[in-house]
Design a protein around this ligand. Structure first.
Ligand code: 3PG
Length: 404
């Protein structure tokens, strides 16, 4: 982006593809981390006199407008954040390439910012059909003179605004994308050892490819969250009513074997916090949890967090690491009875002198919900799927398009 700014962007319409896909409760933003992360690039362009056209997706609408996925609350928050840093107001276009977008962009003065409505309200954005995506990218290209790719959280998507649009305009990577890629390089090309990885989240199937890669890179892999129960079952333990992906057991057994051969340490919970039903996250009513040994979860109980002994074990396994990557909560952290494991891992990371990276929307939201400050960690990534796919060694369409 610095080169683009040096070449001169004053008076030019610069399209910024951001990832402003934030969690909403009604129209209240519950974690504005992604909006804050988008501000520096937008400000840099506005300060240089560009007419900044910001665009993003939000949620997964099916190619047509849906009020609950509107970016209107995000435009308000972006306006507040820009105002707080000396920037001006943010106008909002009620569509992406229609009359409202055209008029709003035409009305932009130098240094002014507008946000378009959700890109995924147009079927061309996510289409698997190259021609349909190209047609939408052509319409978006007509709104701008240059393109800045700064939506790191979406660079793994082969979508019109991520993959096709940069090919139609002079383009550059934004500051956020550059920072995120720099951090991920430190986890792949140039990692300081011992390198510990903490993986959580519900499904082991979402993490198979990354585990595969990490078996080549990491020294230690700590497993928590819903996926831990498939690991425990693969070791022959009863997991009661806990979340289980039976079909993944052979793959998990294979990983445990390979880890042994390669000297990679797999760390599994030794105890878990269990209840007889999934807790009510709306009322947060007491769930009457019990702590049980991880190798003997009783029938009709489901493990919903790692237990206190596991918390100590995981903290100890992280204490001497030089690099830590963490993706996925350790339990149902949204309920106070099952937040202890996620809190303990967050605390271990903040206590550690290691280079610590928190990857992913859920993990980032979890640490902020639990009251940890962003600067307590080395880096909080704005990309969940994107950072995992980078670590899997995949070519990310949005990065490939920017490098072209
Ligand atoms: C994310 O939340 O990981 C990104 O915004 C991408 O969203 P998606 O998974 O709906 O493409």
């Amino acid at each position: 982006i610095d080169e683009l700014v040096t070449e001169g962007v004053a008076g030019k319409r610069v399209f910024v593809r951001a990832d402003l896909n934030v969690p909403l409760a009604g129209d209240t933003i519950t974690d504005d981390g992604r909006i804050r992360a988008a501000v520096p690039t937008i400000l840099k362009l506005a300060d240089a006199g560009a007419r900044v056209v910001v665009a993003s997706h939000l949620g997964r609408p099916k190619g047509a407008p849906e009020a609950r996925f509107s970016l209107a609350p995000v435009a308000r928050r972006l306006g507040e954040l820009l105002a707080g840093t000396g920037g001006g107001a943010v106008t909002f276009a009620a569509d992406t390439v229609g009359d409202s977008a055209k008029a709003t962009v035409a009305a932009l003065g130098d240094g002014e910012v507008t946000l378009l409505e959700n890109l995924r309200f147009n079927p061309g954005e996510t289409s698997k059909d190259d021609a349909e995506r190209a047609a939408f990218a052509d319409e978006l290209a007509a709104l701008a003179d240059a393109y800045v790719g700064d939506g790191f959280g979406a660079v793994h998507r082969k979508h019109a605004s991520v993959y096709d649009l940069p090919r139609r305009l002079p383009h550059a990577a934004g500051g956020l994308v550059a920072t995120e890629v720099g951090v991920l390089k430190q986890l792949t090309d140039d990692v300081k050892r011992p390198y510990a990885v903490v993986l959580g989240g519900a499904k082991v199937s979402d993490k198979l490819a990354v585990i595969e890669q990490l078996l080549e890179k990491a020294d230690r892999i700590l497993i928590g969250g819903g996926m831990a129960y498939t690991f425990l079952r693969a070791q022959g333990h009863d997991v009661g009513d806990s979340l289980l992906q039976e079909d993944q057991i052979p793959a998990v057994r294979g990983y445990l074997e390979r880890a042994k051969e390669r000297g990679v340490e797999f760390v599994l919970p030794v105890d878990v916090v269990a209840a007889d039903a999934f807790p009510d996250l709306a009322t947060k009513a007491p769930a009457h949890p019990v702590t049980v040994a991880a190798d003997a979860i009783p029938a009709q109980r489901m493990g919903l967090d790692i237990g206190p002994e596991s918390q100590k074990l995981y903290a100890a396994k992280l204490a001497d690491a030089a690099t830590v990557f963490w993706n996925g909560p350790m339990g149902v952290f949204e309920h106070p009875d099952f937040a202890g494991g996620t809190r303990a891992v967050a605390q271990a990371l903040t206590d550690s002198p290691a280079f610590t990276v928190v990857g992913g929307g859920d993990s980032a939201a979890a640490v902020r919900t639990l009251g940890f400050a962003d600067d307590a960690f080395g880096h909080i990534s704005t990309g969940g799927g994107a950072s995992l796919e980078y670590l899997e060694g995949k070519t990310l369409p949005g990065l490939a398009a920017l490098e072209d």
